[in-house]
Design a protein around this ligand. Structure first.
Ligand SMILES: Nc1ncnc2c1ncn2[C@@H]1O[C@H](COP(=O)(O)OP(=O)(O)O)[C@@H](O)[C@H]1O
Ligand SMILES: [Mg+2]
Length: 268
């Protein structure tokens, strides 16, 4: 469904993603982990065409169902964004328009890609909210983002991202700003979306627990490179790269023994 071939991305002269290749089949959940600054956000923003200036894909292919979208100009990416690929961010409250009710955000997101009446859009929105087991969806549609809790906001943002049934959902640290119980809810929500819609999900997280729970495949980024790639079992139980090994040693153990802090050395 998604295949990256030798993707490199630079901000001006500064190359921050180097030669990354990976693939996700339909309905797979891919977890990308790695320390801050390793290029995770840049990589997924590159996929959806939302790189901050002067970010640019300088090499490689992004194959979406076999079609290379890497060279697409901005206006062509706008057609794909929301419809075929959607994205959710760490701070959902910032990605929702504060002046719009949740219902209006849904309507705008759907009507950008197809002709639809307000009434039809609201019915579709209520259905998407139910998919996330949100209670009283009709009521939520009349609320503004500031009237929702952080967890509700993130789940609503996921529902809006799913408004047009995208095949690929990109999530950049979607649970990092939430407390533990709400994190679990959001993870369950994403897994049930995959179950019910067959959505392919690429999730960036620094939380190995999230990877353990959700991912089918795992990639580890280190200084712009994908230094580890494989099935979750391979990566968690038989990591090849020294950086991955130190990440895994740092996962808190259930038996109460203290994890080792990730090492501060530089790996090649
Ligand atoms: N708009 C930008 N201009 C220049 N450099 C940037 C920009 N955005 C990010 N970077 C740099 O790119 C590198 C990767 O950043 P990022 O993709 O945000 O990493 P991560 O998400 O893994 O923390 C960092 O060195 C960061 O400073
Ligand atoms: Mg980031």
């Amino acid at each position: 469904m998604l295949e990256l071939q030798n993707i490199s991305i630079a901000y001006g002269e500064k190359e921050v993603v180097r030669n990354v290749s990976l693939r996700a089949e339909k309905g797979e959940i891919v977890g990308i982990v790695g320390e801050s600054g390793s290029g995770k956000s840049t990589l997924i923003r590159g996929i959806i065409g939302l790189l901050d200036y002067p970010g640019k894909i300088i090499e490689g292919k992004i194959l979406l169902n076999g079609r290379n979208i890497a060279p697409y100009p901005a206006e062509k990416m706008r057609e794909i964004r929301g419809k075929e690929i959607a994205m959710i961010f760490q701070h959902a409250d910032l990605s929702l328009d504060p002046l719009w009710t949740i219902g209006k955000s849904f309507y705008e997101s759907i009507s950008m890609h197809k002709k639809i009446s307000k009434q039809e859009a609201m019915a579709c929105a209520a259905e998407r909210l139910k998919l996330l087991s949100l209670k009283n969806p009709e009521k939520v549609l009349n609320l503004y983002p500031h009237q929702l809790s952080g967890g509700m906001c993130q789940r609503t943002a996921i529902a809006i991202a799913m408004a047009n049934d995208p095949e690929l959902l990109l999530a950049d640290e979607p649970t990092s700003a939430l407390d533990m119980t709400v994190q679990n809810q959001v993870i369950e929500n994403m897994m049930s979306i995959r179950e019910q819609r067959g959505t392919t999900i690429l999730i960036v997280t620094h939380n190995m627990g999230v990877v353990e729970k959700m991912a089918d495949k795992v990639g580890v980024m280190y200084r712009g490179r994908l230094v580890e790639w494989g099935s979750k079992d391979e990566v968690l139980h038989d990591p090849k790269h020294a950086y991955t090994q130190s990440l895994i040693r740092a996962i808190p153990k259930m038996d109460g023994t203290l994890p080792q802090a990730p090492e501060r050395c530089i790996y090649e």
